[in-house]
Structures are given as C-alpha cells and as structure tokens.
Ligand binder design. Sequence first.
Ligand SMILES: NC(=O)c1ccc[n+]([C@@H]2O[C@H](COP(=O)([O-])OP(=O)(O)OC[C@H]3O[C@@H](n4cnc5c(N)ncnc54)[C@H](OP(=O)(O)O)[C@@H]3O)[C@@H](O)[C@H]2O)c1
Length: 325
Amino acid sequence: MENQITLRSLGNSEIKITPIGLGCWQFSKRGNVAGKFWPLLEDELILDIIRISLEGGINWFDTAEIYGKGASEKMLAKSLTTLGKTPGDVLIATKWWPMFRRASNIIKTIDERLACLSPFPIDLYQVHQPYGFSSEVKEMEAMAKLLQSNKIKNIGVSNFSASKMRSAWETLQKSGINLLSNQVQYSLLKRKIETNGVLDTAKELGITIIAYSPLAQGLVTGKFHDNPELLKNIGFRKYSSMFKPKGLEKSKPVIDLVKKLAIKYESTPSQVALNWLIHFHGDTFVAIPGATKSSHAEENTGAMKFRLSSNDMRLLDEVSSGFKK
Ligand SMILES: NC(=O)c1ccc[n+]([C@@H]2O[C@H](COP(=O)([O-])OP(=O)(O)OC[C@H]3O[C@@H](n4cnc5c(N)ncnc54)[C@H](OP(=O)(O)O)[C@@H]3O)[C@@H](O)[C@H]2O)c1
C-alpha cells in the first residue's frame, strides 16, 4: 500500500492536483433537467461526501453552471466553508454552458458563477461543450479576457475533439496562455479518445485529460451485473445502451477481471478501475468520480493509495480493448 499521494501537474502549469478529484454533478439538487439525472441528496450527505473526500486527500472539485443552475456550485462552496476551508485551500474547476449562447455570454455570466462559488475563486474555467453559437476561437478569446482581468485563474475545455482542442490551444497561445485540460468521457468501458486523436493531441500539447464518468456511471463496479434488481432504479441511465442487456453482456468480461483484481489487491472494483485509469497512460489523466453515498467517496479516494502492477494494467487494457471504438 502506498500512503503518499503523488500530485500531478494540471497541463503545463504550476498547479498540482491529486490524481482523483470529486465530481459534483450529483449535488445539483434536481434544480434543472441536467440536475434530475441524479437523486436529491440532502445537504448533510453532500457535506459528508465532501468531508470524506478531503480526508481521503482530494484537493480539487469539478462542478458546472448546468448542474442545477448553480445549485452544485453553491452546495460545494457552502460545504467547503462549513468544513473550515478558505480560498487557496482547495482548487475548484467549473464550466460555462455554451448551448444557445454566444461567446459574449462567457463574460456576461462570470459574476454569477463567482457569486455561486463565493468565497472561492475559479481555478479552472472550462467550456462545457463544443456546441455554442460562437466558434471555439471566439470562446477562447473571451476566456482569455476573463483571465487577463483576474476573474478566473486558468482555462480548460470539455468534450472537445482533437481539432477543436488544438484550435483552442492555438488561440490561447497567441495571448501567451496555456490551455490546461480537456474533460472527456473515459473509463475501462469508454476508450474512444485513444483512437480518435484526442489522447495523442493532448499528450503532444501537454494538456491534461480530465476523465469524467470514470466508473461508467457505476457500471464498472459490477454492482448492476451482480444485482440486476438495481437496474430498476437508475434514472436516466436506463436510456444508455451500456445499461441494456446487450451492453451488460459486453462489459461482463471487463467486470469479471476488475472483480478478480479487487480481491488480489484487497481493494474494491471501483478502486481497481480508477487505479488503472490514473496510471495506465502515465500522468496525462486525472479522474473525477461522482458519489451519491459517503461510502463511494471513501472507496474512490482509496484508489490513489495503491498501484496495480504493469502486468495487471496490461490485462485490463486487453480485456477492455473492444471499448476503444
Ligand atoms: N464534462 C461533461 O460533459 C461531464 C459529463 C458527465 C460528468 N461530468 C463530471 O464527471 C463527474 C463524474 O461522472 P459521472 O457522475 O457521470 O459518472 P461516474 O463518476 O462514473 O459515476 C458516478 C456514479 O456511480 C455510482 N458510484 C460512484 N462510486 C461508486 C462506488 N464506489 N461503488 C458503487 N457505485 C458508485 C454512483 O451512482 P449510484 O449510486 O446512483 O449508482 C455515482 O453517482 C460528474 O460528477 C461531473 O462532475 C462531466
């Protein structure tokens, strides 16, 4: 067991983050359509999840405007304050929602974001999706203005293709700014970025990949394979092909190996899956698992405290290689 958590750089910056951060979509309070993806979590439970994550060593949190229209950002700031944290103690990443908006909206709405997160600053401001009314060039120019006026500290993107990520990077370079991260879906069961150019480009440009849904929304833990009864209560996840009978059958060999390795390492399936993710490609990846229970936070942070052998990582790579397409 390694007890020391080795921090890694966020892109080409001085910022040091833990390989695992906490995803905060689950704290949306069902405030809007995106927020209805997860059940309503009470304030006390959210506080506990954040407390356990901090105790487990996590030093950063990922939230977004769209997670309950600011509800998640507010719950995060309120909980951190209750736990005695002050600006500078932790790092916060949040995201601007681009749909049906122009780049000018980035500047127009920044004070709302800062108010929701008050007193904490925005350490990383990300464009949530590549589907705004403006180009990524205009969006990055707006982001650069926020950075130059000290409203935000760093810039990232999310769900960007290799070419859009490169274009965002080039735009910021003209102002002497580094694009630090691209937040994309990645897990043992979703490995597309390894074949569509995103990972190669991120490595070339020194951009960190922030892996979202790193547990394939709970699927990789094997709990749904072990207890199909749980599938009756999975909310919007029921529309995903991964959670349908064929999808479950396809992922079974991966789950079986993850479970076998969990026994070998006296850990849990979620820890094995996360450990693979944060080590297999070196330091390029960090992960932001979400949690709806305190026990999830405890387990998931524990993934930073051991290391799978190279051979076991290779076995996981092989068994999940069909998910690169
Ligand atoms: N940029 C984007 O477009 C984007 C998209 C999605 C997510 N995100 C970010 O990424 C974060 C994580 O992604 P995600 O929430 O989609 O997926 P995830 O982290 O893969 O899965 C989280 C869910 O899995 C279950 N779970 C977590 N830990 C567990 C454990 N140890 N054992 C058993 N079940 C466990 C919980 O759901 P149940 O208890 O209900 O099963 C939890 O809500 C989000 O919070 C958000 O910050 C970003």
